[in-house]
Write a protein that binds this ligand. Structure first.
Ligand SMILES: Nc1ncnc2c1ncn2[C@@H]1O[C@H](COP(=O)(O)OP(=O)(O)O)[C@@H](O)[C@H]1O
Ligand SMILES: [Mg+2]
Length: 327
């Protein structure tokens, strides 16, 4: 049986600061069931962290309702907090504490007994490969180790649901890949529902089963990465001909853009469309001498939805803007 893990209806947050009104989150509906791994994707300032803060009870919504891990965020915030883990954007406190002590402190924060905390900490140190650093101080860890510690801290009390805000931001590609392996393994081994934000398109594409795209405070797409790409973008096919005349003749039959001897077309189900194009054009006496087929990326999807490329925005923005303080 599947249980509803997150249900949100009309979740809205409006900030008023210095005489200005910012509609950070505008009437967001969410449905996440037990065991899902969902990526909340969007450019910097889209409202991802604000949504997470409302769901984790750190920030009261201006409007709307949500039930998280079976508890109402307004009526039972303590119940929500007991049942969830939350790793905020770029934290990792207790700088001079040792890794193991940090985990023990977190366990007692959640009211866990000494023995239970020690066993659980040892288990997490093992599964997140923190063995080498367990007796080191937090400040001496690498970026990737710190983020793994953050995740261990978020999991110490065995929450049913884990929120991770930009877990991989600021890490080098190798550490990012390693972190994701751990996230995917944890999910597989424990069945924990994971709701995370990222602005890395390739991560969301490869690793999440479900992608929710947020832009300007609203959810503008919600599906599997595959379905989003299939329905919104279409595959890119390039066909190369002997000469520009053939290319022009081909384009007049199948459409697309001509660039010298090459015609580029966008087609749904490109893997099937490609042999059909080659056959039909061949029948018309137009020989395809080379062809490529590229599947769309989530950036193509974002572009199709918004007219903007997330790749251009995400790259520099997300690391530069300081995290707003919770109110
Ligand atoms: N405490 C706050 N006070 C005023 N504006 C805020 C506050 N927190 C966030 N915002 C604004 O709300 C919008 C969404 O921010 P945020 O949720 O952090 O986006 P994301 O996590 O997607 O980058 C941004 O315009 C941001 O500047
Ligand atoms: Mg954020």
């Amino acid at each position: 049986m599947t249980n509803q893990m997150i249900t949100a209806r009309g979740l809205t947050k409006t900030f008023r600061s210095k005489g200005q009104t910012v509609e950070a989150v505008r009437s967001v509906d969410l449905d996440v069931v037990d065991g899902e791994l969902v990526a909340f994707l969007g450019p910097n300032g889209a409202g991802k962290s604000t949504t997470l803060r409302m769901l984790t009870t750190l920030l009261p919504p201006t409007e709307g309702e949500a039930t998280v891990a079976g508890c109402d965020i307004r009526r039972d915030p303590a119940g929500v907090r007991r049942r969830i883990g939350y790793v905020g954007q770029g934290n990792s406190g207790g700088h001079t504490q040792r890794v193991r002590d940090e985990l023990h402190a977190q366990g007692s924060f959640y009211g866990m007994g000494r023995r239970e905390t020690r066993l659980r900490a040892a288990e997490l140190i093992e599964s997140l490969e923190l063995g080498q650093s367990a007796n080191r101080t937090v400040q001496s860890l690498s970026g990737g180790q710190k983020r793994r510690l953050d995740i261990a801290l978020g999991l110490i009390h065995r929450p049913e649901l884990l929120f991770l805000d930009e877990p991989s931001t600021g890490l080098d590609p190798h550490s990012r890949a390693n972190l994701w392996e751990h996230i995917v393994d944890l999910r597989r081994e424990t069945g924990t529902t994971i709701f995370l934000t990222t602005h890395y398109l390739d991560e969301a594409d490869q690793l999440a089963e479900r992608v929710m795209v947020m832009d300007h405070g609203a959810v503008i797409a919600d599906d599997t990465a595959w379905a989003l790409k299939e329905s919104l973008a279409g595959d890119r096919i390039t066909l190369e001909f002997e000469g520009a005349t053939d290319a022009a003749a081909a384009a007049s039959r199948i459409g697309g853009e001509i660039s010298g001897r090459v015609v580029t077309v966008t087609a749904r189900g490109g893997d099937r469309a490609l042999p059909r194009f080659i056959r039909d054009l061949g029948d018309a006496g137009l020989e395809v001498v080379a062809a490529t087929h590229r599947q769309p990326t989530l950036d193509d999807v974002f572009l199709a939805l918004t007219g903007r490329s997330l790749r251009d925005e995400g790259a520099h923005a997300a690391d530069a803007t300081p995290e707003p303080v919770a109110v």
